[in-house]
Design a protein around this ligand. Structure first.
Ligand SMILES: NC(=O)c1ccc[n+]([C@@H]2O[C@H](COP(=O)([O-])OP(=O)(O)OC[C@H]3O[C@@H](n4cnc5c(N)ncnc54)[C@H](O)[C@@H]3O)[C@@H](O)[C@H]2O)c1
Length: 332
């Protein structure tokens, strides 16, 4: 792959990044008219739809940061347009391609703890208020703990178990306004338009029932990021927002056993989903961070919030997806 250029709504920012990385700064229209075949979109979720439509109308493949779009309806429009034009859409997160995600998937697929029946996944922190230079968008539709970070957990779970067939949630906007406590935006008051604590019970087509908690209201906690309970033992996964980490299992009353090492992508490898999509285009095979999986995950997240608004009413997604192929070695 060769990077053709970099664009931003702010020409100054594009120039700064281009200078720092030895790239060519362009206007967005210039980039869309360039020889680039694939555009990587790193804008906030609220503009993913707008940028995606422009990219696809320009006849280019589109790989976007998560979530696919701010709403399921927007995501559907993007995927439908890509299909119509014979173009590909790919979407972060790609962390499930990391060493820890793939090690856990291999243990599940090998039946290491028997049939997995239940599980818990926990993303809980105090939000991006005190470290992000522009935290307001995290509290608008398309943001919030579920769409911003729960999306990593959900994508890992879909990679492990396939599509969700039923779910229900409780959710709260714990504080209607948040005052940034410290950091670059100290004192700024952020209006909150999305739930900041969401508990979702997920039922997967392949059987497991898993409770996912996504919160921006918790300073610290002591839970494992992911635990899966099987007929013969327990699997413990690493943080789905990272590529590496400890994965272990036990059988019945036995001791914990660490998953074997040696897998690639143990450290920050953001971008391997994009590389996999470029390789897939060249090799004529499906890419792993697929449009179908991202659209399914987006629908599940939107339905989780809808269920939360409706006293936890059970809901059924209309979309489904295939599990991505496992990744055994390095992407060349
Ligand atoms: N910050 C993180 O740690 C992180 C990690 C993983 C994923 N993400 C995802 O990356 C995306 C961006 O997050 P961020 O933290 O980098 O945001 P950011 O606000 O720091 O950067 C977004 C950039 O997009 C530009 N932009 C906004 N609207 C635009 C438009 N219409 N056309 C062209 N450029 C436009 C802005 O000028 C800005 O430079 C989000 O989807 C987020 O979920 C962020």
């Amino acid at each position: 792959m060769r990077i053709v250029g970099i664009a931003d709504a702010s020409a100054d920012l594009a120039r700064q990044r281009a200078e720092a990385a030895g790239l060519t700064a362009m206007g967005l229209d210039e980039l869309l008219a360039s020889e680039a075949q694939l555009i990587l979109n790193l804008t906030p979720p609220q503009v993913h739809h707008e940028i995606g439509l422009k990219v696809l109308h320009a006849g280019k493949h589109f790989f976007t940061e998560k979530p696919l779009a701010a709403t399921f309806a927007q995501g559907q429009e993007l995927v439908a347009l890509a299909r119509e034009k014979g173009l590909r859409v790919g979407c972060a997160p790609d962390t499930f391609l990391g060493a820890a995600g793939q090690a856990l998937r291999a243990l599940i697929d090998a039946g290491t703890v028997g049939e997995v029946r239940h599980g818990t996944a926990q993303f809980m922190n105090h939000g991006p208020d005190h470290w992000h230079p522009n935290p307001a968008f995290f509290y608008q539709p398309g943001g919030g703990p579920l769409h911003d970070v729960g999306v990593y957990y959900l994508t890992h779970l879909v990679n492990h178990f396939g599509p969700v067939v039923r779910l229900r949630s409780t959710s709260h906007i714990t504080h209607a306004r948040r005052r940034v406590p410290f950091g670059p935006c100290e004192g700024q008051v952020l209006p909150v338009a999305v739930p900041t604590h969401v508990v979702t019970q997920l039922e997967f087509a392949s059987g497991p029932q898993i409770v996912l908690t996504s919160s921006f209201d918790v300073w610290t906690h002591g839970h494992a990021p992911m635990e899966l309970y099987g007929d013969d033992g327990t699997l413990q996964g690493a943080d789905p927002n990272q590529f590496g980490g400890t994965v272990r299992h036990n059988r019945q009353t036995g001791d914990w056993v660490r998953a074997p090492g040696g897998r690639p992508y143990t450290t920050n490898s953001r971008g391997i989903g994009l590389i996999d999509m470029a390789r897939a285009l060249q090799e004529g095979r499906p890419h792993r961070c697929s449009a179908e999986m991202a659209l399914h995950v987006l629908e599940v997240m939107d339905l989780a919030l809808a269920s939360g608004r409706d006293d936890g009413r059970p809901v059924t997604p209309s979309t489904t997806c295939e599990r991505p192929a496992p990744l055994e070695g390095r992407l060349s």
